[in-house]
Design a protein around this ligand. Sequence first.
Ligand SMILES: Cc1ncc(C[n+]2csc(CCOP(=O)(O)OP(=O)(O)O)c2C)c(N)n1
Ligand code: SF4
Length: 280
Amino acid sequence: MSSIDSASRNLTPQDFHSGATPIWCPGCGDYGVLSALEHALAEYGRPPHEVVLVSGIGCSSRLPAYTTCYGFHGVHGRALPIATGVKLARPELEVIAVGGDGDGFSIGGNHFIHACRRNVDMLYLVMDNRVYGMTKGQPSPTTEADWDSDIAPGGLGLRPLDPMALAVAAGAGFVARGFSGRSKELTKIIVEALRWPGFAFVQVLSPCVAFRSETFGWKEKVHPAFETIENDRSQAYGAIAGDDGCGLGVLFRDRGIPDAKEQAANAALAEIEQEFETCR
Ligand SMILES: Cc1ncc(C[n+]2csc(CCOP(=O)(O)OP(=O)(O)O)c2C)c(N)n1
Ligand code: SF4
């Protein structure tokens, strides 16, 4: 995204840490994601005033307030269109959209598909706890079919959505998965995603200890999985189809999208302008 030399900035994770105390539950995975993001931003090297964090609504969407970057706490499911607007209007800024699986794949699912195909230069970080945390434990699109709860006794019986497979199918150029409890690996993935010249999607498995206490056990289940596949989308799709949902790493990079940084932003802008013209 930017060629800023990180070493020359001498930034530390603390430079990205605001005075606001998170109101997340003790043990929530989102603490680990915040920490990894702060470390990644310090390594990446752009100062807080050049970074914009945009979120929707949910526990995870509170994250921008806990950093010193510019923040936009938006509307449920609308982080990506807002982030797209920010990036098109101010391409020199680093734009990061964050939120939860309900926010991003349910009410915001349509925006996710189109953000992948538009390829506007930004990072989309989804804290996936496979539940609606803020509204007290409803199943989300990534919840397992047989997950039993008071709200959905016996489970919904619906096959969960695979966001990585969807991202690959929709045309994303960078697709990865991390775990909130593996901070160093997650930081590395986020740095790589920030450097990616186009739309980068990172799914972070982030336990909700309040409404899915068993997700605390993800630390035993996650495992390094992906040998990064370059350019071959069908091979990437095959790799994610055979995954158990707990595999970590960078799954896919598509360097075949030409000049993604400039051209994708311009292409998206032209497309949006054309849509406005058609509406007149
Ligand atoms: C338009 C609209 N519909 C529903 C809600 C209620 N709501 C707030 S947060 C949320 C889901 C949050 O789940 P997720 O995005 O997975 O985030 P988490 O809280 O688990 O981090 C819902 C349904 C809302 N705020 N706005
Ligand atoms: S309800 Fe779940 S997602 Fe929300 S802060 Fe608590 S542990 Fe985190």
